[in-house]
Design a protein around this ligand. Sequence first.
Ligand SMILES: Nc1ncnc2c1ncn2[C@@H]1O[C@H](COP(=O)(O)OP(=O)(O)OP(=O)(O)O)[C@@H](O)[C@H]1O
Length: 176
Amino acid sequence: MIFLNGTSSSGKSSIARELLDILDEPAFHLPVDAFHAMRSRREVAPETLGTVLRRTWMGFHRAVAGMAAGGNDVVVDHVLSEEWRLRDCLALFPAEDVVLVGVHCSLEELERREQTRGDRPAGLAARQFTRVHAHGVYDLTCDTTATPAAECARLIKEFLPGRPTPTAFQRMAARA
Ligand SMILES: Nc1ncnc2c1ncn2[C@@H]1O[C@H](COP(=O)(O)OP(=O)(O)OP(=O)(O)O)[C@@H](O)[C@H]1O
């Protein structure tokens, strides 16, 4: 399992798409966005929105764990901007199989991308920026500020065969 964590617009989906093109085995790109997009369009009352979103994230984590349990290679694309999301993933995912990748990007470039793409609320990346890497533990990091997604994907693929243990997930699970 390759787990890409970074703010909105950091380039997670772009790296995931490149990875699927170059990985030797069939793999599935599982982005949390896709699960939000699957929810019915019906308006949710403000007082229940928090619960609905939390259930979506919890369901996403369990769907990822299910795909991995089925023997599939998965590329997860997620934003660990709240501590409970990481704790939930630590409880569910096979720690020895997770390669946790921190996808970094400068705030200036994130804001430029956000403005250019126009399909994300202004300021979303900035709000996530200080929280998303708060746990500080990774197997590998990449910085997309000036590095194309294809190059980040190549670096991740190169890292896989000799990746060290304990993994970031194993280290965090041990201290939890
Ligand atoms: N390495 C890169 N260099 C330059 N631009 C990039 C890079 N990676 C992504 N982009 C651009 O940034 C925008 C967001 O990319 P992408 O959808 O991959 O990010 P994301 O982290 O998955 O965002 P979100 O979480 O909001 O879905 C896109 O317009 C994409 O073309």
